[in-house]
Write a protein that binds this ligand. Structure first.
Ligand SMILES: [Zn+2]
Length: 461
């Protein structure tokens, strides 16, 4: 090596070392002062506090003044500082208007563009984390995490896994068993038959970026071939899904309606019950023993559901909806009598505008049924615990906790006008679903949205 080149290399290495040292010294800091902190867990706010962010983590939460001379200071003006919200059951890729339309007439571009817009909408509604319950692989997360598009932290399930004729079967009526579909080619949904298929597609899902698996045990109301009461999946098949998830240190979320379905799932080791409308105290006991969670879309209890065109205009769907509603009427009383850890779920399939309205309405129903304090815990720390079930090596965000304001947690933060623990409407609720006016891009009362230490919205000035 000639001398000039050698000197150049040495200078370059020295430069790299000093840049690294500087980066360590000069991590950007943001200091929130004059805020009341809801920590995601406790009803009592930490009054008149300061919160120091360093890089992408929360460094200090204190009622004493924090000395941080180089920090960007944000005077919270007595507003409430809360964790960013966590959605535990979305489908960012699925734009509707129906499963058959998506199967027949969409390309990967439709899904990707819709997913991009949904991700941005969710973040601006205050959700800094979204768990996807089927239909999204690793791509969307890569683009969000590299900062090229705006969106929440993202926990995809890759393809729904379900049996022939079950809730993940979007093929046309005459399509033979196992035939390739639009959904299967894009790994949005996979039909399985037997434990070998579950091993194959379950492992493929993790290979394609899933952070957990989604298994379809029950049927649906609008879907084509399945009674909602379906008990899909043998104990061996559900156990096979749990087996694959366990290989990856992760867990299974199961779409379960009937009590038998929930008990089958829990007995196999499923940790997240989705919908769980026939929930009762025996299910609660089993869940609490295991430390399992439930995620329920409360919009399913809305009487307006029977007026949805997709339901109303299909006699078979209408009959299913009426019988399901009758069975679900004990859900809320049972949940109050025998509480379990419940995550926030919207489960919207449809346009960005429609999902924006549905999210606001789902927020509203949480408050109607469970009050503001429980709703705040549900939409923050419980969701944070649920996504952390993905385990140390599949969790893409394992550096800090999510859904809480505490030292060492991720700096995912909202600054909200007023006190959402007393008046939940300030989180951006909407008291109408069908026929509601279009909603703003972001609720006015959410003044700051920070994710990973980066501010995406600030209307304080
Ligand atoms: Zn769903």
């Amino acid at each position: 090596m000639n001398r000039e080149l050698l000197v150049g290399v040495v200078v370059a290495i020295a430069g790299m070392i000093s840049t690294t040292a500087q980066a360590q010294e000069a991590m950007p800091q943001v200091l929130f002062t004059n805020v009341h902190v809801f920590d995601g867990v406790n009803e009592a706010r930490i009054e008149n506090a300061s919160v120091l962010i360093e890089g992408n983590l929360i460094k200090t939460v204190s009622t004493d003044a924090i000395d941080a001379p180089d920090a960007q200071v944000i005077d919270g003006g007595g507003r409430t500082l809360t964790p960013g919200f966590v959605e535990t059951h979305a489908h960012l890729m699925l734009m509707g208007p129906s499963l058959s339309a998506m199967e027949a007439n969409t390309t990967w571009e439709d899904f990707a563009i819709h997913g991009t817009k949904m991700a941005e909408m969710y973040l601006m509604q205050g959700f800094t984390t979204v768990r996807d319950a089927g239909g999204a692989n690793a791509g969307l997360r890569r683009w969000i995490d590299s900062g090229q598009i705006m969106g929440p932290r993202f926990y995809p399930s890759a393809a729904f896994v379900g049996t022939r004729g079950g809730h993940a079967d979007f093929a046309t009526f005459t399509s033979p068993p196992g035939a390739s579909t639009n959904f299967s080619r894009l790994n949005l949904s996979q039909e399985v038959s037997g434990v070998d298929d579950i091993y194959k597609y379950g492992r493929n899902n993790f290979r394609m970026g899933a952070t957990q698996l989604k298994f379809m045990q029950s049927g649906g109301v609008v879907s084509a071939f399945d009674p909602w009461q379906l008990l899909a999946g043998s104990p061996e098949e559900i156990e096979a899904a749990v087996q694959v998830a366990t290989e990856y240190g992760s867990y299974v979320m199961a779409h379960s309606y009937r009590k038998e379905a929930m008990m089958n799932a829990l007995n196999a080791g499923v940790m997240s019950i989705e919908h769980g409308f026939s929930f009762d105290c025996e299910v609660a006991e089993k869940m609490n023993e295991m430390g399992a969670y439930i995620s329920t879309n409360l919009t399913a209890f809305d009487p307006g559901l029977l007026d949805v065109p997709a339901v109303k205009n299909q006699p078979a769907s209408l009959a299913k909806a009426i019988s399901a509603s009758a069975t679900f009427e004990n859900y809320i009383p049972n949940m109050k009598k025998c509480p379990v850890k419940r995550g926030f779920q919207t489960d919207c399939v449809g346009s960005v505008e429609a999902c924006n309205i549905q999210i606001a309405y789902e927020k509203h129903l949480n408050n109607e049924f469970f009050g503001p304090v429980q709703s705040m815990v549900t939409i923050t720390s419980i969701g944070g615990e649920m996504v952390a079930l993905s385990g140390d090596f599949m969790n893409p965000y394992a550096e800090g906790k999510l859904g809480v304001i505490e030292e060492g947690a991720y700096a995912d933060i909202l600054l909200i006008d007023g006190n959402p623990l007393e008046d939940f409407s300030v989180v951006g609720t909407g008291d109408q679903w069908f026929g509601a006016d279009p909603r703003p891009d972001s609720p006015e009362t959410i003044r700051i949205i920070m994710k990973d230490g980066v501010i995406y919205k600030n209307t304080l000035n």
